[in-house]
Design a protein around this ligand. Structure first.
Ligand SMILES: Nc1ncnc2c1ncn2[C@@H]1O[C@H](COP(=O)(O)OP(=O)(O)O)[C@@H](O)[C@H]1O
Ligand SMILES: [Mg+2]
Length: 433
C-alpha cells in the first residue's frame, strides 16, 4: 500500500497548490495585475506532472484493478476519471484566460477561472481521499498492491519531490511563501506567545568580533523592527553564526554597539540577555540527546519564574503536539525535524521577544524544510520578532520582510525579501541560477 502514501502526499501538494492559487487569485482582484511568469510555471507543473504523470498512473493501475475488485468503486472511479480527462482542457482554458489578461478588462474572468479550477481540484482530492482510497484499502489484494506500488515507486515530482528540479525551485519557494496550509511532521498549531509592539527592537552598529587574530565580523550594521522576520543569508563561513553568537553574548565582541529593546546590552552576560528577551536557537540544534524532551524544554526556562514554567510548557506542547506525545523519551530519539521543533521550543521557553534562528532547515528533507518555515511564519503571526539565518536563501527571503546578505564578515546588500530575491547578484551567488 506504499502507493497510497505517494498518492496522499501528492494530494497534499496539490491541495497546497490549489490554496496558493486561491490566495493569489484574491490578490489579483485587489491589485488588478497578473504575474504571467508565475502562472505559466504553475500551469507547466500541473500539465507535466499532474496531468501527464500522476493521473495516468492512477487510471492505469489503481483505478483499473479497483474496478475489478469492487462494484461499488465503478461509479466513483467514473467520476474521478472524467475529472482527469477534463483536466487538460481546463488548463488550456486557464492558459487562454491568462494570455488574455494582459487586457485589464479580462482579468476578472481569469480570476474566476482560477477560483473554479482550485475549487475543482479540492473537490476532486476530497472525493478521492474520502470515497475511493478507503475502498482501495479494503478491496485490493496483496498482488494488486505489488503491481500498483511498483508503478508508483518512480515518484519524481519535479516541484515537491526529493529530486526537485532546478527550474522549479523558484516556484516551489514562492508557493511555500503563499501556501497557508501546514503539513507533515506530526504537525504544529499556532500558539499564543507574544511580545509588545513598537519600533526598532534590535539595532546593531559597527559590530566586530574576532577569533584570535582573524576578524570574523568587520563592522556589521543591522536593524530588526518589532514583528519582523529578518533574514540573514550568505555562504558558508560568511560569519552568520558568529553574528548570532555575538548577539546572544556567547561570543565576545571587540567593538560596536548592540541596542536591544531601547537599552545598550553590549556589556551584559548571555544569561542576562536571555532575561531581556533574546532567545537563541543555535546551529545544529544542540539538543541534549540523553535528556528527556521535557527536560530539554525545561532547560530553556532557566531564567523564568518557576511558577510559570508549567504554563509555558503547556503552550509549547499545544504548538508541537508531537513533543508532548514523546515528552518522556530521550531527545536523541527524535527525528531531525522534530529535534528542530524541540530546539525552537526550548528557545521559546525563555519567552523571547527576539528569536535568533541559526539554519533551522539544515539537513532536513524538502517537505520538512517547508514545515520549519511554516513554524517560523506561525511564530511571526504570534508577534515574535525573528532574525533568521539560512543558507537556504530562497526559502528564507521568501518569508522575510527584509533581508541582509553577508559576505566574509560584512553586510554587502540589504533590502526587502522581494527585492533581494529579484536581485541578479543575489540570484547568481546564493540562489544557484
Ligand atoms: N571557533 C572558531 N575558531 C576560529 N575561527 C572560527 C571559529 N568559528 C568560525 N570561525 C571562522 O569565522 C568565520 C565565520 O564563520 P561562521 O560564523 O561559522 O560562518 P557561517 O555561520 O556564515 O557559516 C569563518 O571564516 C570561520 O572559519
Ligand atoms: Mg553558520
Amino acid at each position: 500500500m506504499e502507493a497510497l502514501n505517494v498518492i496522499s502526499e501528492e494530494h497534499r501538494n496539490l491541495w497546497r497548490l490549489a490554496s496558493a492559487i486561491e490566495l493569489v487569485a484574491g490578490s489579483i482582484e485587489q491589485e488588478q495585475r497578473v504575474d504571467s511568469e508565475f502562472f505559466n510555471s504553475v500551469f507547466d507543473y500541473l500539465e507535466h506532472f499532474v496531468d501527464h504523470s500522476h493521473h495516468p498512473k492512477e487510471d492505469d493501475f489503481l483505478f483499473r484493478l479497483l474496478r475489478l475488485r469492487s462494484e461499488e468503486a465503478g461509479p466513483i472511479i467514473d467520476r474521478l476519471a472524467a475529472d482527469h480527462h477534463e483536466a487538460p482542457n481546463e488548463l488550456a482554458t486557464l492558459r487562454a484566460q491568462l494570455a488574455a489578461a494582459t487586457n485589464p478588462a479580462a482579468i476578472s474572468s481569469f480570476v474566476a477561472g482560477l477560483k473554479s479550477y482550485a475549487a475543482t481540484q479540492k473537490r476532486h482530492i476530497l472525493a478521492e481521499e474520502k470515497e475511493l482510497l478507503p475502498l482501495a484499502r479494503a478491496a485490493l489484494t496483496a498482488d494488486d498492491w505489488r503491481e500498483i506500488d511498483s508503478a508508483f515507486l518512480a515518484n519524481d515530482d519535479p516541484l515537491f519531490g526529493s529530486k526537485a528540479r532546478a527550474e522549479y525551485r523558484a516556484l516551489f519557494h514562492r508557493l511555500v511563501s503563499l501556501a497557508p496550509d501546514s503539513i507533515g511532521l506530526g504537525g504544529h498549531r499556532p500558539g499564543t506567545f507574544s511580545a509588545g509592539d513598537g519600533d526598532v527592537l534590535l539595532r546593531v552598529r559597527g559590530l566586530e568580533s574576532a577569533y584570535g587574530r582573524i576578524k570574523a565580523l568587520k563592522g556589521i550594521d543591522l536593524e530588526v523592527k518589532r514583528g519582523e522576520i529578518v533574514a540573514l543569508v550568505g555562504a558558508n563561513g560568511a560569519g552568520k553564526t558568529t553574528f548570532l553568537r555575538t548577539l546572544s553574548g556567547v561570543q565576545p565582541m571587540s567593538s560596536g554597539q548592540i541596542e536591544f529593546d531601547g537599552q545598550n546590552i553590549a556589556a551584559l552576560r548571555a544569561d542576562q540577555r536571555v532575561r531581556r528577551g533574546i532567545g537563541h536557537c543555535p546551529e545544529g540544534r544542540q539538543v541534549f540527546g540523553p535528556l528527556s524532551i521535557e527536560d530539554n524544554l525545561r532547560l530553556g526556562a532557566y531564567t523564568r519564574p518557576k511558577d510559570q514554567v508549567a504554563a509555558d510548557l503547556a503552550k509549547i506542547y499545544a504548538m508541537f503536539p508531537v513533543l508532548q506525545e514523546k515528552h518522556k523519551l530521550p531527545a536523541g530519539t527524535l527525528s531531525g525535524g522534530q529535534q528542530q521543533m524541540l530546539a525552537i521550543g526550548r528557545a521559546l521557553m525563555g519567552r523571547p521577544k527576539l528569536l535568533l534562528l541559526d539554519e533551522p532547515s539544515m539537513g532536513l528533507a524538502p517537505l520538512l524544510v517547508e514545515e520549519v518555515f511554516n513554524i517560523v511564519k506561525a511564530l511571526k503571526a504570534q508577534g515574535i520578532t525573528i532574525l533568521l539565518v539560512e543558507q537556504n536563501a530562497f526559502a528564507a527571503l521568501a518569508i522575510a520582510d527584509r533581508g541582509y546578505v553577508m559576505e566574509t564578515g560584512a553586510v554587502t546588500l540589504t533590502g526587502t525579501g522581494r527585492q533581494l530575491l529579484a536581485n541578479d547578484d543575489v540570484r547568481v551567488a546564493y540562489l544557484g541560477m
